[in-house]
Design a protein around this ligand. Structure first.
Ligand code: R5P
Length: 318
């Protein structure tokens, strides 16, 4: 690719090597040379093998499971590049773990999303490139520039090609209405909203659906499927109310805890997630999970950051 020069370096953490390789393939550059090793006591060390002095460096690392290990590895990577005199370091975080711990909604609890943002900055990041940070205001937790991408681009393009008839886009909770409304307008469907009650971290109860789902095909969209409590309870309520096919689209397929067990018993026709998190072998066995790649979107954003071009205009051109 003519537009890139040798000052651009992209490194991969161990959380999502496939995505990092795909991004580098899009940009037609090799993945930066580095070794990530573990000492016998469990400590990690990152050794960057390429010369990075004066270079524009990007580290791709999702802080997915094991969350703390991947987070620490990212911090070590950033520190390593800073001490090796990189000119600018961008932490590319396709999935940002701890994003949901973003407020103090009861006494004596931490705001860990802010803590993690501080750690990333202190370790040496000059910028962050992230995808669907759960809430957009999380960008303000960083005192460095954040470029915020969304998986909605690839997901809505996929569902548009499917040409689902009699479509109702369902927001599985009130917090997701804006996203669902964007999908509905993009795909030309109606909009419905589920009123959900979270009983515990893993238990969710869909209490009511506002909008028409009877004899309709349903697309439920969310930023994240974690325990899948949210989408499962919404799907089962929609089915009880007469929905036909149920599709689910979410950027981050975390599939934690009882998620796979919960999903296996649900009337869900297809679950579409992106590769911000690698799909586990167990999740593949569900048989209805389809993974779309965000590699060209991330690659394009890296190219634009490197060339000091607008990243937001990316959303108009894709
Ligand atoms: C809620 O605010 C989010 O948008 C997701 O709906 C939620 O975090 C998903 O979690 P779970 O899959 O555990 O219900």
């Amino acid at each position: 690719m003519q537009f890139l020069n040798e000052n651009l370096k992209i490194f991969s953490g161990s959380s999502n090597v496939a995505l990092a390789s795909a991004v580098c393939k899009y940009l037609e550059i090799p993945v930066g040379g580095a070794r990530i090793e573990k000492f016998p006591d469990g400590e990690k060390v990152v050794r960057v093998e390429d010369d990075v002095r004066g270079k524009d460096c990007f580290v791709i690392q999702s802080t997915c499971r094991p969350v703390d290990e991947h987070l620490i590895e990212l911090l070590i990577y950033l520190d390593c590049l800073r001490r090796a005199s990189a000119r600018r370091i961008t932490a590319v975080i396709p999935y940002f773990g701890y994003a949901r711990q973003d407020r103090k909604d009861e006494g004596r609890v931490p705001i860990t999303a802010k803590l993690v943002a501080n750690l990333i900055t202190t370790a040496g990041a000059d910028r962050v490139l992230a995808i669907d940070l759960h809430t957009r205001q999380l960008q303000g937790f960083f005192d460095i520039p954040v470029d915020h991408l969304t998986g909605e681009l690839v997901l809505s393009r996929y569902f548009r090609h499917k040409k689902i008839d009699t479509l109702t886009v369902v927001s599985p909770d009130v917090g997701n209405i804006k996203i669902a409304a964007r999908y509905a307008s993009h795909l030309g469907g109606d909009l419905a909203i589920v009123h959900k009650k979270r009983i515990s971290g893993s238990k969710v109860e869909a209490q009511e659906i506002i909008g028409e789902v009877k004899e309709r095909n349903i697309l439920m969209c969310d930023d994240i499927i974690a325990t899948a409590g949210t989408v499962c309870s919404a799907a089962s309520l929609a089915k009880k109310r007469g929905a036909k096919k149920i599709f689910i689209g979410a950027t981050h397929g975390v599939f934690a805890g009882e998620a796979l067990k919960n999903l296996a018993g649900q009337p869900i026709d297809e679950i579409v997630v992106t590769d911000t998190i690698p799909l586990t072998e167990e999740a593949k066995k569900l048989g209805c999970v389809n993974v779309l790649t965000v590699s060209s979107m991330v690659g394009e954003a890296i190219k634009r950051i490197h060339r000091d071009e607008s990243v937001s205009s990316l959303f108009n051109s894709m």
